[in-house]
Design a protein around this ligand. Structure first.
Ligand code: PEP
Ligand code: MG
Length: 905
């Protein structure tokens, strides 16, 4: 620990912080401070920093200075409020809430009503003039404290509460009176004593200290860890703890609590949106326990508070220049703000809101780009349900998170995970979800609940994950014990029956509803124009954001495409050329046998014949491709994979030969094939005879391919086309390999140019996909006009991971152990593979300043990796046609963020 640790400030009053101190005060603490400074009605309080949490997590002890600092802030709070924590005749009560830098809804702990005890409960009753309220607050404290701080099974409290209601013959807890609640408090205390072997602590300061520690501990709870991994939140940030004086929403019908958004987080439409629950406290709204009323209805109930709230929401939106979500409480007609933050939103809402804010003059185009992500765009490209399909509507809920999900009904998280592991698509159906359902929600295609609003746990978490969710489908009766759902009219869905849920309309269907492409894809395909009447606001917003990105970006975006159809789609999607045409794909199907003949050839003549039959077919492929990409570069890679991939499987063939021999009918060709298969069999084919090595040992193979490219280019040129072919050599490890291939290629090209009277201007370059190539990039650049980083093979060879095997075998364990947050085959490993890319790019350019640099591994379409390639100065990324819009957007975002727009995550 640093020596200065004791002098570090660990506690900040709400008046001391601001919204930019999220690292230190967590999101909630920083925003409470910001609201306090804006003069909004925030109950006074203070925040314990994430630094204190880090010290605690590292050593298992709070920093020694913390206790005194908390005492000083508590003293000041008590002086300000004119009462002491837990004071018998008039207790100050506080909430203790977690709040990390990034919001982790429902993942960590909160305890309300700290300071209540057998003594002060009476004082609270007198002060509030409401005995029932005091006992209700006390039972809530014991329940929350028991569960989150002392680790008592929450079900025990729930059962006791249910039993009390049953005994009295009432349906809701509001109908329990003071005496009932007093009895319940006694029962709750017994549960605590029995389960923990200690009495519920009566000392208010002890309650507070234990609650603070529980919040620190909850950072490393299983739920929180899982959520962080899913959301890629670093595990070492720690959480802050907010101690806030309590205000009460459960003081009667003129009190209540609510959550609201300054715009609709599902659609992005302008206008406030929210839920309000009368006579309720804290988490009741989000927990979806009782059904809420819409915020608009509050206007009838309490116009003054409603008007003030509207005003505050406008202030917040203009101040944060973004959609904000808030939590508020009304205590006997007085409005209090408990939380605000820049709110989570669906992908569609993100695009709409970003463009709206540009139109309102609140943000710049570059900032707008920081408000959306490539992953959100990818989500918008998912298919939707076909409106014209015949459907069997079961019921309707709230459209909480868009998308079209089809799967088998499951009624608990365990089954969701189990079935999805065996390859089933499932829809998780619950009455309501809670943080324990996280695993099941991750495993499911979509989530359906019968209770709770747009701000319920299911809705908030599903939106965060980009999962389809319909919530609050009250007309569907969910029976998790009997594992069935009953729709109006008595239709029953049993576990395993297929259902379809539409997170954009809230509709739930029996059976599988067919899906159609999204309007965003229709737009990219050119089948819908952003300005057309039938284009919705979403398509217009996407169109505008793509234009911002295209204006901003430095990186060009190319496609990995092997045929004219993919090339044309890529072009429609905005590709600026082909970065990788894998020619092996041209050797499959009927042509596989021709390759077989090439491999089996005994004599030069036989080999030449085989090549001569392949040549015109290859050429025709290239003509089509160059035509589709006329005027744009097309990088054609010469044959890469091990030859055995073109031969029958060794086991199948051995069996066939053995059977034929047993029948005394040996098949000559099969025997020869088997010999060849044995000869070419390798233990590690990906490290064997492939790439440039093939070109060097199979005479004429690369020459044939080069000739096909050159003749195709000549044909296009003579047809007044503008072919821009680039020839790429795979798996080069040393410049000598490249020099040999280059010499031969130049000879062939010169022959074709002479024969056709054309100047083809073909360029020749190489993949950089082996560590040795990266390390000797300065030499290789002498023989290459361009480099294309093959980050698939480079990741495989730098890590020593077999790209075909390891993801399935042990990556889950590695992810769980936090060795990496995401597979290095998905997102570039900046420190390892990335540093080789950076160094090779620099070394290559030092040799040849105009060396063109690109990447064509899968990482070319991955958002984080695109940012890295922008940073290291590549000229282009290349990815599959469907990822092109994502890469364009991310390339724009990389440029915009580099210019200093803040990322709002
Ligand atoms: C690569 O290795 O990154 C690459 C693009 O080539 P392939 O995936 O075809 O090996
Ligand atoms: Mg490769």
């Amino acid at each position: 620990m640093p020596v200065s640790e004791d002098r570090q400030k660990f506690v900040y009053d709400f008046t001391e912080g601001n919204k930019d101190l999220k690292d230190l005060l967590g999101g909630k603490g920083a925003n409470l401070a910001e609201m306090t400074n804006l003069g909004l009605p925030v109950p006074p309080g203070f925040t314990i920093t994430t630094e204190a949490c880090k010290v605690y997590l590292a050593g298992g002890q709070e920093p020694p200075a913390l206790r005194d600092e908390v005492t000083a802030h508590l003293d000041a709070l008590e002086a300000r409020m004119g009462k002491k924590l837990g004071q018998a005749d008039d207790p100050l009560l506080v909430s203790v809430r977690s709040g990390a830098k990034f919001s982790m809804p429902g993942m960590m702990d909160t305890v309300l009503n700290i300071g209540l005890s057998d003594d002060s409960v009476a004082g609270l009753a007198t002060q509030a003039g409401d005995e029932r309220f005091a006992w209700d607050s006390y039972r809530r404290l014991i329940q929350m404290f028991g569960k989150t701080v002392l680790g008592v099974d929450g079900e025990l409290f729930e059962e006791a509460l249910e039993e009390a209601k049953r005994a009295k013959g009432v349906a809701t807890d509001v109908e329990l009176d003071a005496a009932d609640l007093r009895t319940l408090v006694g029962e709750f205390k017994d549960i605590v004593a029995k389960e923990t072997g200690r009495d519920f602590p009566q000392d208010p300061r002890e309650q507070m200290d234990l609650a603070i520690r529980a919040v620190f501990d909850s950072w490393n709870g299983e739920r929180a860890k899982l959520y962080r991994r899913q959301e890629r939140i670093p595990g070492d940030l720690g959480t802050a703890v907010n101690i806030c004086s309590m205000v009460f929403g459960n003081l009667g019908p003129d009190s209540g609590t609510g959550v609201a958004f300054t715009r609709d987080p599902a659609s992005g439409h302008q206008g406030v949106y929210g839920d309000y629950l009368q006579n309720a406290q804290g988490e009741d709204v989000v927990a979806g326990i009782r059904n809420t009323m819409q915020l608009a209805e509050l206007e009838q109930l309490d116009k003054a508070s409603y008007d003030q709230l509207m005003q505050i929401m406008e202030t917040l939106e203009t101040h944060y220049r973004d959609l904000c979500d808030i939590e508020f409480t009304i205590e006997r007609g007085k409005l209090w703000m408990l939380q605000t933050r820049v709110g989570k939103r669906t992908a569609g809402a993100a695009f709409r809101i970003a463009t709206q804010l540009v139109d309102q003059g609140l943000i710049t185009e570059a900032e707008a780009l920081s408000r959306v992500t490539g992953n959100q765009l990818a989500q918008l490209m998912f298919p939707r349900f076909d409106e014209k399909a015949k459907t069997d509507l079961l019921g309707r809920g709230i459209a909480a998170s868009p998308g079209a999900a089809v799967g088998k009904a499951v009624f608990d998280s365990y089954t969701a995970v189990k079935w999805s592991r065996s390859g089933e698509k499932v829809i998780l159906i619950r009455r309501e979800t809670n943080p324990d359902d996280l695993n099941g929600m991750i495993a499911a295609e979509g989530i359906l609940t019968s209770r709770g609003g747009k701000t319920s746990h299911a809705a908030v978490v599903a939106r965060g994950m980009g999962k389809t969710c319909v919530c609050g489908a009250e007309e569907l009766e969910v029976d998790t014990k009997r594992r069935r759902l009953t729709a109006p009219g008595g239709v029953v869905i049993e576990e395993g029956d297929v259902v379809s849920i539409d997170g954009s309309s809230g509709k739930v269907y029996r059976g599988e509803v067919p899906v159609v492409p999204s309007p965003v894809v229709e737009y990219f395909e050119g089948r819908m124009h952003a300005g057309a009447d039938d284009a919705d606001g979403l398509v217009q917003a996407v169109h505008r954001m793509m234009a911002y990105a295209d204006r901003m970006r430095r990186l060009r975006v190319r496609a990995n495409a092997d045929n004219a159809e993919d090339a044309s789609r890529a072009r429609r999607f905005g590709a600026q050329g082909i970065g990788l045409c894998r020619t092996e794909h041209m050797f499959l199907g009927e042509r596989r046998e021709m390759v077989e003949r090439l491999i089996l050839a005994h004599t030069d003549d036989e080999r030449q014949q085989a090549l001569d039959t392949l040549m015109p077919l290859q050429k025709a492929d290239f003509v089509e491709l160059f035509e589709a990409m006329d005027g744009l570069p097309v990088t054609v890679r010469l044959l890469d994979p091990p030859l055995h991939e073109f031969l029958p499987d060794i086991t199948d063939l051995s069996v066939r030969v053995a059977l034929a021999e047993a029948r005394h009918e040996p098949h000559e060709n099969d025997l020869r094939l088997l010999q060849a298969v044995h000869k070419l069999h390798e233990q590690n084919p990906m490290l064997g005879l492939r790439g440039v090595r093939l070109g060097l040992v199979i005479p004429g193979l690369f020459a044939m391919q080069v000739r096909a490219i050159a003749e195709a280019a000549a044909e296009r040129r003579n047809a007044k086309g503008d072919p821009r072919a680039e020839i790429m050599i795979p798996l080069v490890g040393t410049v000598q390999e490249l020099e040999i291939v280059r010499e031969e290629a130049e000879r062939v090209i010169a022959e074709v140019e002479a024969a056709t009277g054309t100047d083809l201007r073909l360029t020749l370059g190489t993949m950089i996909e082996l560590p040795r190539a990266a390390l000797t990039a300065a030499q290789i650049a002498e023989a290459a006009e361009f480099f294309s980083f093959g980050t698939n093979d480079l990741t495989q060879t730098v890590w020593g991971f077999s790209r075909d095997d390891v993801e399935a075998s042990f990556f889950t364990a590695y992810l769980e152990k936090g060795i990496f947050g995401v597979s290095p085959f998905e997102t570039i490993d900046r420190d390892g593979v990335g540093s080789l890319v950076r160094a090779a790019a620099e070394a290559g350019r030092a040799t040849r300043p105009d060396l063109k640099l690109g990447v064509c591994g899968e990482h070319g379409g991955d958002p984080d990796s695109v940012h890295f390639f922008h940073e290291v100065g590549l000229d282009y990324v290349s990815c599959s046609p469907f990822r092109i819009p994502v890469a364009r957007l991310e390339a724009g975002r990389a440029a915009a963020l580099g210019k200093g727009s803040s990322d709002t995550r």
